[in-house]
Design a protein around this ligand. Sequence first.
Ligand SMILES: Nc1nc2c(ncn2[C@@H]2O[C@H](COP(=O)(O)OP(=O)(O)O)[C@@H](O)[C@H]2O)c(=O)[nH]1
Ligand SMILES: [Mg+2]
Length: 329
Amino acid sequence: MSFFKKLKEKLTVSADSVTEKFKEGLSKTRDNFSGKVNDLIARYRKVDEEFFEELEEILIQADVGFDTVMELIDELKMEVKRRKIQDPQEVQSVISEKLVDIYNSGEELSSALNVQQDGLTVILFVGVNGVGKTTTIGKLAHKFKSEGKKVLLAAGDTFRAGAIEQLEVWGDRVGVETIKQAEGSDPAAVMFDAVAAAKSRKADILLCDTAGRLQNKVNLMKELEKVKRVIEREIPGAPHEVLLVLDATTGQNALIQAKTFKEATNVSGIVLSKLDGTAKGGIVLAIRKELNIPVKFVGLGEGMDDLQEFDAEKYVYGLFPEQVEKAEA
Ligand SMILES: Nc1nc2c(ncn2[C@@H]2O[C@H](COP(=O)(O)OP(=O)(O)O)[C@@H](O)[C@H]2O)c(=O)[nH]1
Ligand SMILES: [Mg+2]
């Protein structure tokens, strides 16, 4: 059975709104990357060295990352040989299968959030200015609230003008409370207050915003350490997640940011925002392979429902929806 057919059966396409979100959110990448793959397949009569060279180029242009592309091409060549595939049409399903395999290969990394069964779960958000931390917190607050959880927000970005209000606007929209102090105050003090409030109100989830200053790694490290220390002291085992938010539209730059943050703090997961805003959605693969940190969520739009748990199969469906939908054998 072809991979497309398997995917079709597994995803029960178009019945699931999450699957549809991936399809909508990946439309730019589909126009670029998938469009080029489709065109390549239509132009070639048989799968040869030149075909793979062109495919390699397309993958690199989609920000898949050099090493990952090499691995993928090698795997593809082996598979094509093993299955004695000659017709480029047949390769498309194999490409998709290998994209999923490559993402899921290596050290097993769970994309599930470490949420405590009992008691408070604290999630710290880090990342440079403008990547989407505050927006992601708003979306995640909405998700937890709709699961019946009591959520609090901590306005730890006391640095950027308007940052506190922006978080409060999200809090109001979602219907959760924001713990804050005045602009310019010590973020560690805000966290102290927020943890105390979360305890006394018996909250399930505390989502902590931070400032994204990255002009100096030493300062960043100090600030994050201090914030984390306060949280740790008040709640043993917390923060339960440190999520690094990366902007998919910044491409390889996102990888550089990730490396810096990885050195400054223990990052437990990545949120890749604005995947809907890029035509180079291959960056998901590069991030997973090069950083060895799971992509826990992707941002597929600006709305409340546009944050989705990352899933390699839904991602591939979003890249090749028509092929999956019409897959027969
Ligand atoms: N299209 C799109 N825009 C997003 C997404 N996430 C965040 N944004 C936008 O990115 C901008 C910066 O986000 P913000 O949360 O303020 O970033 P912060 O500085 O890291 O807190 C805002 O205009 C958001 O609406 C996403 O997944 N898709
Ligand atoms: Mg912010």
